[in-house]
Design a protein around this ligand. Sequence first.
Ligand code: AMP
Length: 424
Amino acid sequence: MIQLIKGFKDIVPGEIELWQHIEQMAVELFETFGYHEIRIPIMEKTQLFARSIGEDTDIVEKEMYTFPDSKGDLITLRPEATASIVRAYIQHKMYAGDPRRKFYMVGPMFRRERPQKGRYRQFYQIDLEAFGIASPYIDTQQIHILHLLFQRLGIKDCRTHINSLGCPECRPRYRELLLEMLNSVQGKLCSDCCRRKDRNPLRVLDCKVPSCREAVANAPELSDHLCRPCRDHFNSVLSGLDHLKAPYILDKRLVRGLDYYTRTAFEIQTSALGAQSAIAGGGRYDGLIETLGGPPTPAIGFAIGFDRLAEIMSQLSKSSQTGSVQPGQVDLFIAALGDLAQDDAFKWLSALCEKGIRAEMDYTGRSLKAQMKQADRLNAKKVLIVGETELESGKGILRDMSSKQQQEIGLDDIVLTIPQIFQT
Ligand code: AMP
């Protein structure tokens, strides 16, 4: 039997209802805040990700699914959404007139990481981006939106970590300081960090290898070396959060795994998922749109790990009834016995579904017992039983599956009466 690719997964009925519920809540919230859906391709030219995410990040160095197409052009399955949304913004000149645009998207991403609980090679993100707004209000607002969403989904175990990563004005000076310090502890750094530190010393702060963590324990903090405008911006974001009573943790070590971030960076962490603690992350990337060929345009966004969110919600619904989402229930199951009854049942089913009634039948004409079992399995609210006798008398039997009560029902106008029954 051909199995799934390692690190990929199916989301089957029974699970998908929870995903649909989460997506619906997110979309509703995002649209209230003026964000609009954008759909971007699953594949892009490799260069787009290499230039935006950064050549010496884990994602670009090790994790991208990149391959040449039949003409030899290098293409990559998208590892994240921001780069593509920026490309679309520039390509369609969406900045013309008013550069302020707010987008959201939901969809699969691909990274060839080591699979484990909460970490997949195809995973889903819920992504939010605001372009053209430099104001710290929007930073505060995006974090607020995340809080609102988690609150509405009933997720309590989460903390917001926040930091400022400075800008091209103040970061280079800090970079020099950090590099000096890293050179003094070079012997303790892992091989990746030794290789990357000269080009991108901030990466080392993000390394999870214990010896690297220990080596940088006393490293200078970027937030102590911000220029005045970055400091003012960060303070405004924090006081905005204070006003909204949105709790956060100042985390001077938060650098995030992508190169394009500037100023505000944030991550929502939880202890509900073991090692994979981040359920959402984002930040400002004021230089990216220009780097990719657009006009200088400030921007900020975040991505939620959909799989992780669904896992937390599923744990919650197992431990209590909160957050539990039931699979869509069948309204009417038609148990038809014999070919003639099956023909009629099929006609009724088609007409009823057209009217919005969730109708189902057994397409094989098995015994009544087998059909009733199927109705039970589908969690049907009512069952219409029709055999030869019922066809002759023009009256079927309508059984309510929870009260177990049965009543006769005229078959001639069944397509009209059934919707009325479900309306009352
Ligand atoms: P990032 O794009 O790396 O900032 O990730 C944003 C969010 O996506 C993270 O906080 C995770 O919740 C989720 N995420 C990232 N990588 C994976 C993965 N391999 N499997 C599942 N979720 C992931």
